[in-house]
Design a protein around this ligand. Sequence first.
Ligand SMILES: C[S@@+](CC[C@H](N)C(=O)[O-])C[C@H]1O[C@@H](n2cnc3c(N)ncnc32)[C@H](O)[C@@H]1O
Length: 284
Amino acid sequence: MNQVATNTDCRHRLHTALGQIDALMSRPVYDALFDAVARETPDHILEIGTAHGAGTIAMALGAESRGAATRIQTVDTLEALADIPSSRADYGDAKANEDIVRGNFDRAGVASRISLFVGRSDVFAASQSPGDPMIGMLVLDADGRIDRDLLLFHARMTRNCLIVVDDIDGDVGASFTRGGLSLDLKHVISEKLTSSLVAHGYLKLEKRVWNTSFFRAVDPQDWDEDEIRALAIACYRELVFLKAGTRGLFVSTAASLLGSNAVLRPFYGSARAIYRRLSRRPRR
Ligand SMILES: C[S@@+](CC[C@H](N)C(=O)[O-])C[C@H]1O[C@@H](n2cnc3c(N)ncnc32)[C@H](O)[C@@H]1O
């Protein structure tokens, strides 16, 4: 009975937190992260792509609902860099974002089990030492460089490590900017890389929730890094002459046109909120 009450309380705290912070995935995905941690209680979770901490909080509360000692390490640049854009740039510099993230962890009551590293995933990887704990769950929601992050961390992954990858619907994003048209192929490359790794037996697909897939790492200690690099290059080559659906392209282009027009922006904002509510589509 107590266990049920604790689980309900933790889930309620998660949903309250999601209403207060800039959460970039959909509620069913946060619930699925909560459930996965509550079910498996991994000792150590690594997340690449914290943003304002919504996923981190979901996982921390999943652990708390089971009274587990799970620790979470979460990594984010928290600012745009020359080669990595970041939606966090809308909220100020890295320090301003770090204050927001730490405030969100405090308010959700989960700060004590989380370590935040502000910087790129490769810089974080370089700071690791051989005695660092094995990773039982890895969450990738950064810049689509799934190959880079899997190669950086596979040696620390447990057998059958749960790997969660967001943005794998293959949609092309497009928006009008002052300089012209900006294309976002993160969803395309994430889908291609994960499909290729599944096809070659490195990952096993367990389930998909909205745009987010849950995989198992098959024997990550034995992975052939050269083969993974070769598979990744083949995927990146497919971007040169890309065949993609037009649905996502049209929606994001029209959205950026309307959103950048000062007269239409208020109507567009309300219409988008109503559409999201009705369709329960995730925020982008
Ligand atoms: C889509 S958001 C993450 C959303 C988050 N998981 C949530 O639940 O709201 C992607 C984040 O990844 C970060 N990022 C992108 N590339 C990165 C990299 N190479 N290393 C660390 N962080 C990165 C960006 O700064 C951005 O905040």
